[in-house]
Structure formats: C-alpha cells, structure tokens
Design a protein around this ligand. Sequence first.
Ligand SMILES: C[S@@+](CC[C@H](N)C(=O)[O-])C[C@H]1O[C@@H](n2cnc3c(N)ncnc32)[C@H](O)[C@@H]1O
Length: 249
Amino acid sequence: MLDTRYKMQAAGYTILHAGYRATGADLPPCRIQPPSSSISDLPSRIPLVETAFREGALALDLLAAPDLEAVIGEEPDLERPPYWPIIWPAAGALARFLVTCKEDWSGKQTLELGCGPGLPGIVATALGALVVQSDYIADALLLAELNAWRNGVRGIRRVAADWRAWPLRARFDRVLASDVTYDRAFHRPLRNVLEESLAPGGAAYFADPGRPPALPFFAMLEDEGWSVEMHALPQEKDDPTVFLYRVGR
Ligand SMILES: C[S@@+](CC[C@H](N)C(=O)[O-])C[C@H]1O[C@@H](n2cnc3c(N)ncnc32)[C@H](O)[C@@H]1O
C-alpha cells in the first residue's frame, strides 16, 4: 500500500489525507502526460478483460475484471474487498442514463465516488463535464486512468479519498455514484460526503441494483430533509434492474 501511494505521488497524483483542506483551486491538476509506468503493471496483477460500452454516438472499450471470482483470491481482504476492478451493472446503467438524460453536462463540476474502473466519470467527461474521480483504492484510480487514456478521454482529475475521513472541501454541481450503498456502515459517511461536497442546488445521482441496504440509506436522507427521487433505469440484457436515485436539497 505504501509502495502504491509512493508510486502514485511520484506519478503526479495528489493523495489527500483526512484534515487536508482543499479548495476548488487546489484540487489536483489535470494530468496531460501518458499514464504512468505503475499503470502498465496493472494487467499483470489483476485479470482484466475488455468490456464494450455503446450508447448513442459514444463507443468506449474499458478494461475491467470479468467477475468477482477472478479477483477475490483465497484470503480476501474483508476490510477492503476487491470490488473495485469490476464494472458493476449499476455503472453501465448510470453511464447510459448520463448519455440519454438530455442534461447539459458542459462545464458541470462533477465528483464520482467509488469510481472503480471509472465508466460513469469517463462518460460524463466525454459529455463535457469537469470530473474528479475518487476511490479509496489507489489501484482503482490507476485503472480509471488507464481506461480514460485508452479511450482518448482527457482532463479527469483523481483523488484517493475514503468516505470515512473525507478530505475534499471543494463543492460540485453533480455527484455520481454507482453501487456504493451496499454496506450500512458507509451510509453515514456517504451522507457526510454529500453534505461536504454537493454544491447548493446541486444533484447527486446514485445507481443501485436493488441491494437491500440501499433503501434505508435514501430513507435516512429523506428524513434529514434531502429530496430523493427514484426511478428504474432501462434494463440491459441479463442485468438486474438498476434504480436511479436523484438526491438534492
Ligand atoms: C461495488 S464497487 C463499484 C465500482 C463502480 N462504481 C461500479 O459501479 O462499477 C464499490 C466501489 O467503492 C469503493 N469504496 C468502497 N468503500 C469505500 C470508501 N470507504 N471510500 C471510498 N471508496 C470506497 C470501492 O473501492 C469500489 O471501487
């Protein structure tokens, strides 16, 4: 872990620690150089296959682990399970929603939470948003960077950040999050992230594939005065129905 953090800092990432007070101006700069050498050894450490995303005029080919079995290992790290290398159905559904929802994404300051391989943030960037992708797993940010680079999508900023010790103090017009409400232990931290990072009048889009812990999360937000609108997104092949929650204040 220390080694990865070192490599990421050397490669130009900002690793933000709890207590660091960032403003919009001191978010990490866009990286315009090719992906760092630490990215090139990702495929030797993680089994990755190419996954196609097609919606409207947008055609992306991303690398991701084929399924959980391929990455879980015999002694999985239960504190930090390896969910990050997979493109979960909620990410595909949210990405398709971003393309089809007719919202103007140009110039929208957008934060992606728990980005994993990065599909929704990459799509939002392709639609004109100014995106910061975040995850607490450093390798997830490397994979998201590799995927953006392979598809010619430039300008995304990335920060390693844990919802439980949220370091960003910048505010965003939009927050994107797919499949992050599966663990009740994260609900209060995620709510605090929204409190800290969503700009007044902004909207957060959460996509969830009907996991039981999701409903109590959104009920908690409603109880606390947030507005929550839910609707089912169009289903893709054998995927579960994914629900979109639009959260605002
Ligand atoms: C189920 S995966 C979803 C990945 C991706 N959004 C998708 O839908 O394909 C959950 C993601 O949240 C990240 N995550 C989990 N706990 C986190 C935490 N406490 N702080 C920041 N990221 C976290 C994981 O590393 C992982 O990338």
